[in-house]
Design a protein around this ligand. Structure first.
Ligand SMILES: NC(=O)c1ccc[n+]([C@@H]2O[C@H](COP(=O)([O-])OP(=O)(O)OC[C@H]3O[C@@H](n4cnc5c(N)ncnc54)[C@H](OP(=O)(O)O)[C@@H]3O)[C@@H](O)[C@H]2O)c1
Length: 425
């Protein structure tokens, strides 16, 4: 060894970081999924220290002594580095998450219904008390869309975001489109395979993807919306006639959440069944998969596809949030500093099929381009506000409505549409 080389002092080995202790609230599909991932991946640096569930009588996959029943006890346990809220009760979840943030704690949740209703309050609590809340798992399961919007596109303006955000309805539509199966049997199959809940109304009525659209609007545009403000039309009334209508045009029916910036800077948000053609990346998002297309001003178009639900895919997103928390990450909500206005004073082209002619009168079409009496459908423009106001009645009467075209200003028949891209969904 040359003598002029100063031999370095032996490096002090870096002590492995202490594993973070998780207080897990909820041990159902996602809670168990996360637990299983951490068991299979002990090097992740997280251990589940305490688990709280609700029902003391339920049979468990772990020894009984692993479970406790008072979630409030976890909120005050300062030995826990992070609380992971994975329960199925939105009201109880809000009480827990709000109380944890009030104490300045780190929290991860997957509860989209709770978040969509209370996001502004939860953001305010974080800002006031220094806690951090992450919720990647709440939208599209394993697809990292919230962090992509918040961190990567936090500054760049977005023209549009379109997505298939609900795997259950997508599975039903896939079965109907490919197998000629009717809605009832397709839904039963989805339930049998665990892709749809016993009570399917939140998924099939597009309430679930509406909650997700509300969360996406906050991160994509800085717009805090009340879920009620977002039009949600479901697929409970769909029939083979509608599938045949789409197929005759070489298209598929998908439930699509569409967030879009208008030329005047305002933003629209709606979740509806929609005709999707092969030119759209969403055309190939079938079965129980989710997909999101982003159109950014400078980056152009990006497409993410993946599993939107299930213990492991959703647990994977929770693990990603835990790792992000450990690195000090928090959402920036950068675009909320100058939020756009929400626009509903527009017309939208729809296909309406109903055996109740009064619904057609009620919607007051400003322009009709196609009518088929034998199949009971009409295609034309209606005011978005009419659809929002009458959505419950339309659902009650079993009408099926899908978006067939673009948005346009009210009363401007045959004027150029408000779309900024090629007209794809
Ligand atoms: N399943 C998915 O694929 C998926 C995907 C994305 C997001 N999410 C969201 O993740 C959350 C959990 O969903 P999940 O499917 O895992 O639900 P789940 O299978 O129904 O399990 C819910 C768990 O929460 C517990 N729980 C309910 N109320 C409680 C309370 N007040 N205190 C303590 N524990 C309570 C239940 O306890 P018991 O075991 O005693 O009944 C159960 O362990 C929901 O917000 C859901 O929307 C789910």
């Amino acid at each position: 060894m040359p003598t002029d080389v100063v031999s370095a002092a032996p490096l002090t080995p870096i002590a492995p970081a202490r594993p973070w202790h998780i207080g897990l609230i909820g041990f159902g599909c996602v809670g168990q999924g996360l637990y299983d991932i951490l068991q299979q991946h002990p090097a992740s640096g997280f251990v589940v220290a305490r688990i709280v569930v609700k029902n003391p009588a339920k049979a468990r996959t772990l020894p009984a002594e692993r479970f406790e029943f008072d979630a409030d006890a976890l909120l005050v346990d300062d030995s826990l580095d992070v609380l992971v809220e994975l329960i199925d009760d939105a009201n109880a979840a809000f009480a827990l998450v709000a109380a944890a943030l009030l104490r300045g704690r780190r929290v991860v949740t997957a509860n989209k219904a709770m978040l969509a209703r209370h996001l502004p309050a939860l953001v305010a609590l974080q800002r006031a008390h220094g806690g951090t809340l992450l919720y990647e798992a709440a939208v599209c399961g394993s697809i990292p869309i919230i962090r992509t919007l918040d961190a990567y596109f936090g500054t760049e303006p977005l023209r549009r975001l379109t997505g298939i955000l609900n795997g259950s309805s997508n599975y039903v539509l896939t079965r109907m489109g490919e197998g000629g199966t009717d809605y009832g049997p397709a839904l039963a199959q989805a339930q049998q395979l665990g892709f749809a809940e016993t009570d399917p109304s939140l998924d099939m009525g597009a309430f679930d993807p509406r909650s997700k659209a509300v969360l996406l609007a906050a991160h994509a545009y800085g717009l805090f919306l009340d879920p009620e403000q977002v039009l949600n039309l479901g697929i409970e009334g769909i029939s083979a006639t509608d599938i045949a209508f789409a197929a005759s045009r070489g298209q598929k029916i998908k439930v699509v959440a569409g967030l879009q910036r208008l030329p005047d800077g305002r933003v629209t948000a709606l979740v509806t069944p929609q005709l999707v053609g092969p030119e759209s990346p969403l055309f190939g998002v079938d079965e129980e998969f989710n997909g999101v297309v982003l159109e950014a001003d400078f980056a152009g178009e990006q497409f993410l596809r993946g599993r939107g639900a299930g213990g492991h895919p959703t647990g994977s997103a929770v693990l990603a949030d835990l790792a992000a928390l450990r690195q000090g990450f928090a959402y920036h909500y950068a675009k909320t500093a100058a939020p756009p206005t929400h626009a509903t004073d527009l017309e939208i082209e729809i296909y309406l099929r109903t055996d109740e002619p009064r619904l057609i009168d009620l919607l007051d079409f400003s322009e009709v381009s196609e009518e088929a009496d034998e199949d009971g459908y009409v295609v034309g423009y209606v005011a978005l506000a009419h659809l929002i106001a009458h959505r419950d009645l339309l659902r009650e009467y079993g009408a099926f409505i899908m978006r067939t075209g673009q948005l346009r200003p009210i009363g401007e028949a045959a004027t150029p549409v408000l779309e900024t891209a090629s007209g794809r969904v």
